[in-house]
Design a protein around this ligand. Structure first.
Ligand code: ATP
Ligand code: MG
Length: 299
């Protein structure tokens, strides 16, 4: 779909190289090729469209929450080098940007699922499998999966939908050793984060992480964002009731509004601009996720 035309900031000392749905990437103008500036915008996507309306402070929430999680995932190499002006982040984007090791990203979305929902549920209803892994009969929307599953998908172009793939397809793309490590790291991250979130009354239903190879160390390194409402399904444990869709700490209000009669959206074109109350409630939801998980007040 071609409605995507993000605008990025001009940042002194940095050259823009790429914009994804949410993040803008820059490289140093001085020719250094081992670092990249990752700036989280306030853009929001839904149903594979980047929406025309931004959610104020969303970029800061994503970056601050990712940084909090990176710290808690000690032992797993990550790409963060600096995240403040003292470390070289341009003042215009301080708070929502990180200077990172430039990785050669694997073209795989590494997903771990501890609960059945979303695209996993659709595949399960069709074939009793998720990413071709067989599952028992009788599971419903929101059923717990024990142990959690590694359910990779292939990274799609902007506007396309990521596609679930088998573990064998990951092996074919990255080789045996890297595939095994990606799976082990992804499940380790999920299990550690699930336990931390649970202490805070939040169920981490599933999460997506992205890894790359750090050419300077040869290590498989965690990149991108981690364990944010954009990359993960967070559910309120107090409201958890399998057998139906669970309210989640993310784009719920946006999706609900877009699919309601009020939006008038028929999916054939780009979605309409969001009304102010949907923007405000979505902003509040992202901030609530940050505050509940970290125990900090969002400044
Ligand atoms: P896609 O990831 O397919 O571009 P997206 O819409 O999810 O789609 P964003 O998350 O907005 O993209 O953009 C972030 C991009 O930066 C991703 O392509 C991600 O793989 C890449 N990336 C993240 N961290 C690094 C890194 N340390 N080095 C190089 N690329 C990175
Ligand atoms: Mg992404």
């Amino acid at each position: 779909m071609s409605s995507f035309a993000p605008t990025h900031l001009e940042l002194p000392g940095w050259r823009h190289v790429y914009s994804g749905k949410v993040r803008d990437l820059y490289e140093p103008e001085d020719g250094r090729d081992d670092v990249v500036l990752v700036v989280a915008s306030d853009r929001i996507s839904a149903f594979d469209h980047v929406l025309a309306t931004e959610i104020p402070d969303k970029g800061r929430v994503l970056t601050q929450l990712s940084l909090w999680w990176f710290e808690r995932l000690g032992g797993i190499p990550n790409h963060v080098l600096a995240a403040d002006a003292a470390g070289g982040v341009p003042a215009a984007v301080e708070g929502r940007a990180m200077i990172c090791r430039r990785l050669v990203m694997y073209p795989i979305e590494c997903i771990a699922r501890g609960y059945l929902t979303g695209s996993g549920l659709i595949e399960y209803r069709d074939s009793r499998t998720v990413c071709a892994l067989p599952l028992p009969e009788g599971l419903v929307d929101g059923s717990r999966l024990e142990p959690a599953l590694f359910t990779p998908s292939a990274k799609a172009e902007v506007g396309e939908h990521d596609e679930n793939i088998t573990y064998d397809a990951v092996v074919m793309t990255v080789g045996d050793d890297a595939a095994a490590e990606l799976r082990a790291l992804t499940l380790d991250i999920y299990m550690r984060a699930e336990a931390i979130a649970r202490e805070r009354g939040i169920i981490l239903a599933d999460t997506k992480v992205e890894f790359g190879l750090d050419p300077s160390t040869g290590a498989i390194t965690l990149g991108d964002e981690v364990l944010t409402p954009d990359s993960s399904r967070f559910w309120d444990a107090a409201l958890y009731a399998p057998g139906q869709a669970q309210p989640s700490f993310d784009k719920q209000f946006v999706r609900d509004w877009l699919t309601s009669d009020a939006s008038g959206w028929d999916r054939s074109a780009a979605p309409p601009a969001l009304p102010d109350d949907v923007v405000e409630r979505t902003r509040a939801r992202y901030i609530e996720a940050y505050e509940r998980l970290t125990g900090r007040t969002f400044a």
